[in-house]
Design a protein around this ligand. Structure first.
Ligand SMILES: [Zn+2]
Length: 456
């Protein structure tokens, strides 16, 4: 049991400019068998049996953060095309990514997940869409990386079947044919998808984007996902270039194109959603389609920023994402709370988002995007014990009266602890399952090996 900390439960199903749920200036959280059994003010009620007590004084307890969009393999390709647009950046990186293999995805995933766990993240959706012929089991590498760190993984089995010879953006060497992509996706569901309440690995279906995937693969992927009862994810409406390309090729905007292909619905969440018309925003709300808002990546590539306030007002699920770290070299989900807040206010004014809205998107909103609102994303009895214990007692935060403002506006606090399913995976800002020194050495080898292949 954790006692003596400020507790922010994020138990409101919808965010509100002034509140996102029940809060206790000093409260407790009790954990039993990997789940939360009690939350409330003051000291915890007496518990039977042996109890481990954690003194949370000076700390803030929140749900573990949920990252709704990542590309973990890119942890080994940070720092390329640093001043490019999305399409320029992709064109430089596709040939580099064509050299990835199972060893690289494993080490990059462990390093990236370790790093994001240190920023308070307990659940990560990884969108992996590069499957070179000679790469081996690249998705298996990502899954093993998650097991090494102890976070929950949503492994989005991505795909691309539209190389340059078919009018797409990636080189032909980086894409699969449509049949292989569908077969590989079905195989990933069979091997890794666990639908259980406390699942550590779930699979979603994720053709990469309209400019790298055929309409046929988009449509067939949606059918496949619905046949297996898994979720759907893709990139959409990220840049003006994409809008213009979509209009030229299909005579509509990306959201209209997605709808034609069966890609709006409560089982879909989309990365970015930056360039949306008022009609698009309303349509996403009506259909319950989620948006993974990636403010740092959108800033890094100069893409713009998503209409978060209008999306929330239309009750569309909005979560936060790091996006690939090749376009977000920071890679810390905790930082995205602040970034979302600043960009949202810069675009829509000072009352566009509250600090609590930012926390809601980083927790409960993310859980909604991933279809796990019943299991995680808030501190409520019966939910999984995915919990962050932020240390607000240091130089960076002491004296800030509102702990949520300290978290969302201040520097990202250190973690006194991070629990996933009741297991401590970060203690006193250190990973418990792996040594950072070993992860760093592995990462350095992977970065050198992919850079050498790129030069060759
Ligand atoms: Zn992305």
């Amino acid at each position: 049991m954790i006692e003596g900390a400020a507790v922010v439960t994020v138990d409101a199903p919808e965010p509100n400019i002034s509140a996102t749920g029940t809060e206790y200036a000093e409260g407790h959280v009790v954990i039993e068998d990997g789940r939360i059994s009690a939350v409330g003010p003051g000291a915890a009620p007496p518990q039977p049996g042996a109890v481990r007590r954690v003194d949370g004084s000076g700390c803030l307890v929140t749900p573990g953060l949920v990252n709704t969009h990542h590309h973990l393999y890119q942890w080994a390709t940070r720092g390329y095309a640093v001043d490019a647009t999305l399409f320029g950046w992709l064109t430089e990186l596709y040939p580099v990514w064509a050299g990835i293999d199972e060893e690289l995805t494993g080490s990059a995933a462990a390093a990236g997940l370790g790093w994001t766990a240190l920023s308070g993240c307990t659940t990560v959706a990884d969108h992996h869409y590069v499957f070179p012929d000679t790469g081996g089991d690249v998705l298996g590498g990502v899954v093993s990386g998650a097991e090494r760190i102890g976070v929950r993984l949503h492994a989005v089995r991505g795909s691309m079947d539209r190389g340059q010879s078919a009018g797409g953006l990636p080189p032909d060497s980086a894409v699969e044919d449509t049949e292989s992509a569908l077969r590989g996706t079905e195989d990933a569901i069979r091997r890794f998808h666990d639908p259980a309440f406390d699942s550590r690995v779930r699979v979603a279906v994720g053709p990469c984007s309209p400019f790298s995937v055929s309409g046929e693969l988009m449509r067939s992927s949606a059918e496949l996902a619905r046949r297996h009862g898994v979720r759907l994810h893709t990139h959409l409406a990220e840049t003006i270039d994409e809008l213009e390309r979509c209009d030229r090729e299909f005579g509509c905007d990306p959201v209209e194109y997605a709808e034609r292909l069966g890609w709006l619905g409560e089982d879909v969440w989309l990365a970015h959603g930056v360039h949306l018309s008022e009609r698009d925003v309303a349509r996403l709300g009506e259909t319950g389609t989620g948006v993974a808002h990636c403010p740092s990546s959108n800033g890094r590539l100069g893409a713009g920023t998503a209409p978060v306030r209008p999306l929330l007002d239309h009750n569309a699920p909005v979560g936060l994402g790091i996006d690939g770290v090749a376009s977000n070299e920071s890679g810390r989900l905790g930082d995205e709370l602040r970034q979302a807040l600043l960009l949202g206010r810069a675009r829509y004014g000072p009352d566009a988002l509250s600090v609590r809205d930012a926390l809601w998107m980083g927790t409960r909103g993310g859980a909604r995007c991933l279809g796990r609102e019943d299991e995680l994303g808030s501190l409520e009895p019966g939910k999984l014990a995915d919990i962050a214990l932020w240390d607000l007692d240091g130089l960076g935060h002491a004296g800030i009266g509102d702990p949520v403002a300290a978290l969302a506006l201040g520097p990202l606090p250190k973690l006194r602890g991070l629990l996933c399913g009741g297991e401590t995976i970060v203690a006193d800002s250190r990973l418990t399952r792996e040594s950072e020194r070993d992860l760093t050495a592995e990462l350095r080898r992977s970065c050198s090996s992919i850079a050498a292949k790129g030069v060759g």
